[in-house]
Design a protein around this ligand. Structure first.
Ligand SMILES: *Cc1c(COP(=O)(O)O)cnc(C)c1O
Length: 414
């Protein structure tokens, strides 16, 4: 439990706000974020790497709410986007486009055009085909973008297979043996300016060694390109830093920072942290609907579901679950499940929790990253509200959808 969520007189608080009060005021389910936690995580990252003096580009896809982006923009963060939609969000809050990096394996013509029009900082190119397409767009727009090649360094991130991205069999990045071809292709394309290399080897990585290995591979390649006359300026090491959901030990970032400092060779380091900045800054608040007890099993049925928070269903990921009102009652084992017609709709399996009455509230912890952004309207459930807590104030930063939102854009046949 991050220090911004804590019990006080047996009530679970976010900063100085009791979560029960939030639930009563805005209803459940809802996401609740701590403003201080976001800011503190950002500064802790910056402080850890202060000697490296990196450009920190928050990965928008982890939590793309405008207010969250606004906070990070105010703190001086840059941004990493993976779609024109994310770019649109940044435009809405007036982000300096030079601090924005565009990543992603499937950028469309429209997205590349949008990126060039806005004056994006760097485009991370992932394939020869993308290089060709970008060349056409750059010629047409008469803009000379800075690009970096996203390398697949073939490093095992030792994380869940769905969120590992740095092995040669993954769809991401340019494999080492293909790099030479793409460099040659670049040499006949003066419309693009190669200024660095990038990688992103996966997410929720708990061991620091894969990061060091990936960095060394990137630097070796960049050094070689420097010798061939390319003005290599930056090395973008992506995100992927793991956080504790249960009792995991997070990677030793001071080791990472010291290693980079010693081996940086004058490169500007770029990071794209997502989960690290927002993961522990949010919870999903639920209300208990039923206690369903059979001879075989005990279920706590809550009003939140997999459409609101997909991570347990998608990645079998563990989230701590806390009663909003601390109870002295003895814990019993139960599955915490939602109302959706899927057996995969659960937040926890065989979890020991105090007995809770219908109407009481439960918080699914560490839901600030890849929570709301992965939510859907499955089962025609309106998407939930997002709340930002600032001390004892609460701000609704996304209102709960209504039924009319469910059918927006749909039409009947004539
Ligand atoms: C998702 C992603 C990130 C952020 O990953 P985290 O694990 O949330 O830090 C950074 N860079 C790229 C290219 C990504 O796709």
């Amino acid at each position: 439990m991050g220090s911004h969520f804590h019990y006080q007189r047996n009530q679970l608080y976010c900063e100085e706000t009791p979560l029960e009060a939030v639930a009563r005021q805005v209803g459940t389910p809802c996401y609740v974020y701590s403003r201080s936690a976001i800011i503190e995580n950002f500064h802790s990252f910056r402080t850890t790497f202060i000697e490296v003096d990196p450009l920190i580009c928050y990965s928008v896809k982890a939590n793309s709410n405008l207010a969250v982006l606004q906070i990070l923009n105010q703190e001086g963060s840059g941004f990493d986007v993976v779609s024109a939609g994310e770019l649109y969000r940044l435009e809405k809050i007036g982000v300096d486009p030079r601090k924005v990096i565009f990543s992603g394996v499937g950028k469309t013509v429209g997205e590349l055009e949008a990126a060039l029009e806005i004056g994006i900082g760097i485009i991370n190119v992932e394939s020869l085909e993308e290089l060709e397409l970008l060349t056409h767009v750059a010629v047409r727009k008469r803009i000379k973008p800075h690009i970096s090649f996203r390398i697949n360094p073939d490093v095992d991130a030792l994380t869940h297979p769905y969120i590992a991205t740095g092995l040669r069999q993954h769809k991401f990045g340019i494999n080492l043996e293909e790099l030479e071809d793409i460099i040659r292709a670049l040499q006949s394309r003066p419309q693009l300016e190669l200024t660095g290399l990038s990688c992103h080897i996966g997410s929720q990585i708990l061991d620091v060694q894969p990061f060091l290995d990936a960095f060394l591979k990137l630097r070796e390649l960049a050094d070689a390109l420097r010798r061939r006359g390319f003005a290599m300026v930056h090395l973008d090491l992506g995100g992927g830093i793991g956080i504790p959901y249960r009792s995991e030990t997070p990677p030793r970032l001071t080791t990472y920072a010291e290693f980079l400092k010693e081996n940086q060779n004058g490169y500007q380091i770029i990071f794209e942290p997502g989960r690290f900045i927002v993961g522990n800054a949010g919870v999903l608040l639920n209300q208990v609907l039923y206690n369903k007890v059979s001879q075989a099993k005990r279920f706590i049925v809550v009003d939140g579901a997999m459409n609101d928070l997909l991570r347990p269903s998608l990645y079998q990921s563990y989230h701590e679950i806390l009663p909003v009102k601390k109870s002295e009652k003895e814990g019993i084992q139960a599955d915490v499940v939602g109302p959706i017609c899927e057996s995969g709709d659960f937040f926890a399996k065989d979890r020991v929790l105090p007995q809770l009455q219908a109407g009481e509230y439960l918080a699914v912890m560490n839901a600030g990253a890849y929570g709301f952004v992965l939510s859907s309207n499955y089962n025609s459930r309106p998407r939930v509200a997002e709340i930002l807590v600032h001390g004892s104030q609460i701000h609704v930063i996304r209102s709960r959808e209504g039924f009319e939102d469910l059918i927006r854009g749909e039409s009947l046949l004539p």
